[in-house]
Design a protein around this ligand. Structure first.
Ligand code: UD2
Length: 299
């Protein structure tokens, strides 16, 4: 006999409650977190006004992007679409990290915008390329190269800008709500659940699931984040543990105990694979479709 689905659901919820699991999810409509950090959605800000406020401050925005192995194919679209949408009219400095510097395309940049190529060693595993970003971010800041920047972002390269991304995204510490989990209860978040990992988050905790594709903030706060995550990754590596979603898991742990001062809604990190639901008014930045077997050096 088929079990009654409603009864089964109730039983599961009851069990989760008994075990103290975190059942609440982010309120899809909310534009403020419970710690009073703004969540940036279309309609919550005046783009012209907010840009003009930050323009008066004559700020520089630095952005790192990593394109190792075959991921250099994504650079052209990333950079061209960034030039159309990302902090248009502001001073922007891209830092492109690659093991194939000769494959970095020569994209025409707007005035007051520049690009520096940082040559790095290759890696044979995509996981290392992805999680090595924290260490490289930390080293870039320590090198003093980004001393001229006021704000720093780190963005995935297999992405494209489809809409405006401006001064509304600035703040001390910035995280983005993951497009696949913005309306899930946190018990379903793919946090690292093994206590032996430094990225461990028990089922009883959590608020948002943040995507690893976007992080940002003041240079000082991003440095603290990158350094802490790198230290946690090193401890895990010494024990031969790799968190479920590599540095994204460590980022989620960091943000759980060091709350972002501003959250970007999934408008700022969508996925081209995912249909746009009604509550998402605009897609500004999104993961492009990719053939994993083609672009990654390993599975
Ligand atoms: C998710 C995250 C990603 C990262 C990863 C962790 C989102 C939308 N994406 O994406 O940020 O946390 O999980 O495993 O939240 N890279 C290279 N060469 C490679 C492989 C990776 O340069 O061969 C770099 C590149 O900048 C890429 C990033 O690492 O954008 C993340 O790798 P991914 O996009 O393949 O990871 P994915 O899609 O699983």
């Amino acid at each position: 006999m088929m079990p009654n689905l409603r009864v089964l659901k109730l039983k599961v919820v009851f069990l989760l409650l008994l075990t103290g699991s975190c059942l609440t999810g982010a309120d899809v409509q909310a534009d403020l977190t419970s710690w009073l950090a703004p969540i940036v959605w279309e309609g919550t800000f005046d783009p012209k006004l907010i840009d003009s406020i930050y323009k008066q401050q004559n700020i520089t925005v630095a952005t790192t992007v990593f394109a190792l192995g075959k991921y250099t194919v994504f650079l052209q679209d990333f950079l061209e679409s960034a030039e159309q949408n990302f902090f248009v009219g502001f001073r922007v400095h891209y830092y492109v990290f690659s093991d194939h510097p000769e494959q970095v395309p020569d994209v025409k940049l707007g005035g007051e915008r520049k690009l520096t190529v940082m040559t790095v060693n290759s890696s044979s595993r995509w996981q290392e390329m992805s999680l090595g970003r924290m260490k490289r971010l930390e080293m870039l800041i320590e090198s003093g190269l980004v001393n001229d920047a006021d704000y720093l972002f780190s963005l995935d390269v297999d992405t494209k800008f489809y809409g405006r991304w401006g001064a509304e995204t600035l703040g001390d510490l910035i995280g983005v709500i993951h497009a696949w989990y913005y309306n899930s209860p946190c018990v379903l978040f793919p946090y690292e659940r093994r206590p032996e990992s430094q990225a461990f988050i028990p089922y009883s905790e959590g608020d948002y699931y943040y995507g690893g594709a976007v992080l940002g903030g003041s240079v000082k706060c991003v440095y603290q984040l990158a350094k802490t995550c790198r230290e946690q990754l090193d401890i895990d590596a010494a024990k031969s543990i790799e968190a479920a979603w590599q540095e994204e898991s460590h980022l989620n742990k960091y943000f759980l105990y060091n709350k972002p001062s501003k959250l970007l809604s999934p408008e700022y990190s969508w996925d081209d694979q995912k249909m746009k639901p009604q509550e998402i008014k605009i897609i500004r930045f999104s993961q492009v479709l990719k053939n994993y077997a083609e672009v990654r050096p390993n599975i």
